[in-house]
Every structure is written in structure tokens, then in C-alpha cells.
Design a protein around this ligand. Structure first.
Ligand code: HEC
Length: 137
């Protein structure tokens, strides 16, 4: 058993662009929901996620914003919250390993941030797409 665990750990360390087991569980949940929304659903798509992340929309306070308005266009760098002026640490998991590691945190912020930009909650498909995009950054 120990050897198997070690192998998994090595595989995990070698491939940084991978979700940890808890996050993978969340992705699996989203995938089940996505299949309910669309019976033809195959898998999440990072390119669709990038579009969701970069597209501007009339959002909170009637301002035209995208996810980049607070997280910046280079996710490896710090950015500034457009509403509060506070600094936001890099969203890229390669630059900031704590990112996309805590399911509760990710759920909370996806919910809030989709409402900021799109004035509604994201669907399971949209959330999965965005997470597929972000994990590669
Ligand atoms: C109004 C500013 C703002 C906008 C717009 C915004 N975010 Fe955020 N986001 C934040 C803040 C603030 C946090 C929490 C502070 C932190 O984690 O540094 C956060 C955290 C997150 C996290 C948590 C990451 C982690 O694991 O720690 C994710 C994922 C995220 N945002 C995705 C998005 C997506 C997707 C969009 C577009 C739909 C978006 N954000 C738009 C401000 C924003």
C-alpha cells in the first residue's frame, strides 16, 4: 500500500497542472451535474474557460468587467481588486501553490465572482471550464 501511495505522490509532484484529490472530487461532482444539464456533455474545456475568464460583461455596479478586472491578464502576477483597490495574490497555481487547493474556498469565490461579473451563479459546466483553464496557468 505504501508503495502505491508513494507512486501517486510522485506522479502528483511531477505533474503540477493537476488537481489535488479533494479538488478532483469537486470536479467529478461538477461533471455529474454537467451531464444532467447536457446529456451530450463530454468534458470540461480550458479554451471555453479562458473565454469565460476574459470576456467582459456589464457586472456589479453596472461596470463593464471581466474576471481579469480583479485578477489581471498575467495570472502569475499580483493584481488589484477593481472595487476595493486591495491587492490580490496571483491566481495561477504554478505561481501560487495555495490556489485551487481548498474546495471550500474555490466554491465560495466562484459563486461570488461569477455574480460580480455575470450577475448570476455559474453553471456546473462554466465552473468546470474555468477550473480547467486556471489549473494550467
Ligand atoms: C471584484 C473582483 C473580482 C472579480 C471580478 C473576480 N474575482 Fe476571483 N477573487 C477575488 C477575490 C477578492 C478573491 C479572494 C482573495 C484571494 O483569494 O486572493 C478571489 C478568489 C478567486 C478564486 C479562489 C482561488 C483560490 O483557490 O484561492 C477563484 C477560483 C476565482 N477568484 C476565480 C474568479 C473567476 C472565474 C472570475 C470571473 C467569473 C473572478 N474570479 C472574478 C476577486 C475577484
Amino acid at each position: 500500500m505504501k508503495k502505491v501511495a508513494l507512486l501517486f505522490l510522485c506522479a502528483y509532484a511531477l505533474n503540477a497542472a493537476q488537481f489535488n484529490p479533494a479538488m478532483q472530487g469537486y470536479i467529478d461532482e461538477l461533471r455529474l451535474e454537467a451531464k444532467k444539464l447536457d446529456p451530450n456533455f463530454k468534458d470540461f474545456d480550458a479554451l471555453r474557460g479562458e473565454k469565460i475568464f476574459t470576456t467582459k460583461n456589464i457586472g456589479k455596479n453596472s461596470q463593464e468587467i471581466s474576471c481579469q478586472s480583479c485578477h489581471g491578464s498575467d495570472l502569475k502576477k499580483e493584481a488589484k481588486n477593481i472595487f476595493t483597490g486591495k491587492t490580490i495574490a496571483p491566481l495561477s497555481p504554478s505561481a501560487n501553490p495555495s490556489r485551487l487547493s481548498d474546495v471550500k474556498e474555490v466554491k465560495k469565490w466562484l459563486k461570488r465572482n461569477f455574480k460580480d461579473v455575470y450577475l448570476r451563479e455559474g453553471t456546473a459546466i462554466e465552473k468546470g471550464d474555468v477550473l480547467y483553464y486556471l489549473i494550467k496557468q
